[in-house]
Structures are given as C-alpha cells and as structure tokens.
Design a protein around this ligand. Structure first.
Ligand SMILES: *Cc1c(COP(=O)(O)O)cnc(C)c1O
Length: 500
C-alpha cells in the first residue's frame, strides 16, 4: 500500500540508477513511471537484486515470527508450483486435496471431536488475519441469526478480548462493524484476565477471543479458566457465548511442547481456532488456517459451493485467486517432519530462548517479561524506568545487523517499553551467543552515550626509586574508586604513573 508520497527530490532521484547495470542499459530507468522501452532480463534482474541489498537480512530479523528458512527441497516445490492458482479447484484437484489434508491434520492436532471417517471443517487462508476475519464473520452471523430468531435487536454486536490483542482483531472489529471490548492489562499481568473478560460479556457478545501466545510477550492466556467461567455465566444467563482462540503463534507450539495443556477443542466452548502456517507451521509468509469445531459453527450462508468432478467443494475465503505454493509447502512440512520433527524443532527453539533469557538476565540490566511457558521468545525491559532506553538500545543493536523491536505496552501499561527477540528454527546456538555478546557491547555503548560515567576502580602502578642507590625501582599498585575515566597520564619527576 502506498500512503506516503513518492520520492521527488530532484530530477535524478526519480530514476533508478543504472551505473552497475550499464553494460546492459545505457539510459536511466524511470522509477515511478512505466519505462517507454523494454530492458534486458539480465539488467532487470541486476537492478532489482542490487536495490534489494539494502533491505535488512531476514535471518537476522528477530522481530518476526514468520519463517525465514526452509529446506531446499521445499524451496524447489514452491518454485515448481508458483504458477498454480489455489482457487482453480477443478484444474488442480490435487492441490485442493493437499489443502484438505492439511485442514484435517491441524484439526486433529487441535483435538477436534471427530471420528476417523469424518472430515474436518476449515480452510487455508493468507494468514491468521484472514483466518480471524472469517472466524469473526461466522460468530457474528451465528449471533445475528439467533437474535433474529428470538425477535431481539441484532445491530450492536461486540467482541471481548484482552488489550494485548493483535491488530488483525481490531481490523476485524472496524471493518465488520463489531465493537471491540478490551480487558485492560496491569503491572505484572500482560494478558487477558479471564474473570474480567467474562464480566464484560453481555447479550451482544458474539464471542470472547483468547490468545494462545500473546504477540507482546508470547504468554498463553488461560483458555481453560475462561471456558469454565463462561460456561457458568452462560448457564446463569441463558446466553450461548462461545470462544475463539487466536493461536497464530502458539498453535504449533502447544501441541508439541505442552500436550497436556487444555486450550483447544477439548474445551466445549471453543468453536474455532486460527493458526499461522507461516509462523511455527514453518512455511514462508502467505499461509494461515482456520478450523471450526463442527459444521454447525459455520453458518451455511457464508459458504459458497463449487461443484467439480461430481463432488461438492465448499469455499469460504475473502479473496478469490492466490498462489498455492504455501499450501503445498505446508503439506511438505507435515509429511517431512511428522510429530517428532515438529517437537524437535520447537524444543530447539525453546532451548535457544532459554540461553538468551539467561544471558540477558545475567547482564543485571533487564526485567524479563516473557514466561518460560509459551512461544519461544524473550521479551524484556530495562530495569531503569526510562522509556527511551529500549528504543536507543534497539538502534544500537541494529548497527550489528540485528533487528530487535522496541514497543510500548497497551493500556494500562503504556509506561512500559519492551524489547522482544523471537526465536525461529534458523536462529541457532551460535547466533544466540553472538547476539548476547553484541548485547553486552551495545549496553556499554548505551552507557557511554547517555549516562554519567559509572564509578570504576582505578589501579595505579607507581614506580619509586629503591631504598639504596643501585636497587631495583619499587613498584606499588594503588587501588582507588573513581568517578570517571582518567584520560591523561601525569608524569611526575622521578616517578612514572600509568592507569590500567
Ligand atoms: C501474528 C499474529 C496474528 C496475525 O497473523 P498473520 O498470520 O501475520 O496474519 C494474529 N494474532 C496473533 C496473536 C499473532 O501473533
């Protein structure tokens, strides 16, 4: 999306420089207008390739959950299938079948109550954002249908979430005209409080959205407690308020690392779950999933039916055409890794997160805000209550190539600034150790930039003449606590002083 103005500094800047590619192109190539003539494929490649060199390195981007490495075999599959449109189900029935397998695999991973022969209800999306829009629409429509049947007004739907909610939920609320009711956060408690959420539920609540893996801190919200409290409230009021779980980041963590944790379809009020295939599903950007508990939870009027080969192919997506490479890559990962493979990858990520957490803690400068259980990330803030430190520190780390975001927390914790390092599969032990050593260097630089010199110990070596002429000179080490760093070395007659 372009909201900013195009760069129009001077005549030259509206052209893409062709200096390096000048063996292929002689004339400058316009930047914001279609060129009048064609250029060779070599030149086009070189120009774009070179300009992209100025992007950050995806592998050093510790800000994002989204996959930045896949096996070359999978890269190959993705390139081979780049020309298949996902929506052409008649033409590509095998791709459609692979999507359906993925939906079933994920649904069963999330303990959907189905027997072996039953097909799961769900769809592949562009990411969790589209998945959440679809899940939200299903809740809204279900609620409206019920209210209409009861002869009650159905024009003021709301959704209850924590203030830590991801932006896509806010988008859903605004785009589809649903009021967003947020439970505020408080010091030391960075996720939705289920009790407060249930208090906020009223007859117009289409669902409570819980997050498995809060974007800010990676923490899992207590979906089981929410389910229990909401069940009681539903019983008391006669309402039927359901739960959606936004498992964008945690959906591929919990089943492998915490199989006993009940957060999914094992809880009766959980009617739909979304997960990002391109996060811990281990696929490059462009795939998410939404799974419904049963057909009853997805109103039929939202589904469009396509018939092919005599079978009914239901579809429910916001957009029509899109690539199928990511869907195929998701199936590759399921086939290739199996339960064991995913568990190993997630275990490794957790190990790296532990090393980072301990290393950051050992500097004595940070409060660690993320929990040990959750998504493999470390969220931390400076112990000093200076809101600007985190932003300065983030800039300093950028000089080493690391991209570590700093952000303020949502209400009521706007005064806390947090830094977050997300661990992905390709962030190995060596990188973790390197990162920690850069953290220490950046801390030193931060201190020298903005703080009064820290008290240091100064050792002074003093050389004096020996007691008798001809003796070896006497050496004395003097230890002193000093405020700053001594910059000059005074030379006194007969004595040499040095600071070390
Ligand atoms: C990343 C994330 C989203 C958005 O997911 P996309 O797949 O990037 O669209 C939604 N909710 C949570 C909790 C997330 O972490």
């Amino acid at each position: 999306m372009v909201l900013t103005q195009v760069q129009q500094l001077d005549e030259g800047s509206s052209y893409t420089s062709s200096v390096f590619a000048s063996r292929y192109v002689q004339d400058p190539v316009p930047r914001y207008e279609l060129g009048t003539s064609s250029i060779s494929k070599e030149a086009a490649y070189q120009l774009i390739h070179d300009e992209l060199l100025l992007d950050g390195s995806p592998r050093l981007n510790l800000a994002s959950f989204v996959t930045t490495w896949m096996e070359p075999e999978c890269d190959r599959l993705m390139t081979e299938t780049a020309n298949k449109n996902y929506v052409d189900m008649d033409e590509y029935p095998v791709t459609t079948e692979l999507q359906n397998r993925c939906v079933n695999i994920i649904a069963r991973l999330f303990n959907v109550p189905l027997n072996v022969k039953e097909a799961a209800v769900g769809v592949g999306t562009v990411g969790s954002s589209e998945a959440i829009m679809l899940a939200g629409l299903a809740f809204k429509r279900r609620w409206q249908n019920r209210r209409r049947a009861e002869g009650k007004p159905y024009d003021k739907p709301n959704i209850v979430t924590g203030a830590n909610v991801q932006v896509c939920c806010e988008k859903f609320a605004r785009y589809f005209e649903v009021e967003l009711k947020e439970v505020k956060l408080r010091e030391g408690f960075y996720v939705m409080d289920p009790e407060k959420a249930v208090e906020m539920v009223d007859e117009n609540t289409i669902c409570v959205a819980a997050i498995l893996g809060s974007t800010l801190t990676g923490e899992f919200e207590d979906v089981k407690l929410l389910n229990n409290l909401l069940t009681q409230k539903n019983k008391r009021t006669g309402w039927d308020t359901p739960i959606h779980v936004d498992a964008a980041s945690g959906g591929f963590i919990a089943p492998f690392l915490y199989p006993e944790l009940e957060w999914d379809f094992r809880l009766p009020l959980v009617k739909s779950i979304n997960v990002s295939g391109h996060k811990y599903g281990l696929v490059y950007a462009g795939v998410g999933w939404v799974i419904w508990r049963s057909k009853e939870d997805l109103p039929d009027e939202l589904i469009f039916h396509i018939n092919y080969l005599g079978a009914d192919q239901p579809t429910f997506t916001l957009n029509f055409s899109k690539g199928s490479s990511q869907i195929i890559a998701q199936y590759y990962q399921f086939l290739r890794l199996g339960f064991e493979g995913y568990r190993n990858v997630m275990n490794n990520c957790m190990e790296s997160a532990k090393i980072l957490r301990e290393g950051l803690d050992a500097t004595g400068r940070f409060d660690i805000i993320s929990k040990e259980q959750g998504v493999p990330l470390v969220a931390f803030s400076f112990k000093e209550r200076d809101k600007t430190l985190a932003f300065k520190f983030s800039n300093l780390l950028r000089r080493f190539g690391w991209i570590v975001p700093a952000y303020t927390l949502p209400p009521d914790l706007e005064n806390t600034t947090v830094l977050r390092v997300v661990i992905r599969e390709d962030f190995g032990r060596t990188l973790a150790e390197k990162f920690l050593s850069h953290v220490k260097m950046a801390l030193k630089e931060l201190d020298s930039m903005i703080r009064a010199p820290v008290p240091t110990i100064r050792y002074t070596i003093e050389f004096g003449p020996g007691e008798n002429a001809g003796d070896e000179p006497m050496v004395k080490v003097v230890k002193q606590e000093v405020g700053g760093i001594q910059k000059s070395v005074p030379l006194l007659s007969g004595k040499t002083k040095g600071v070390c």
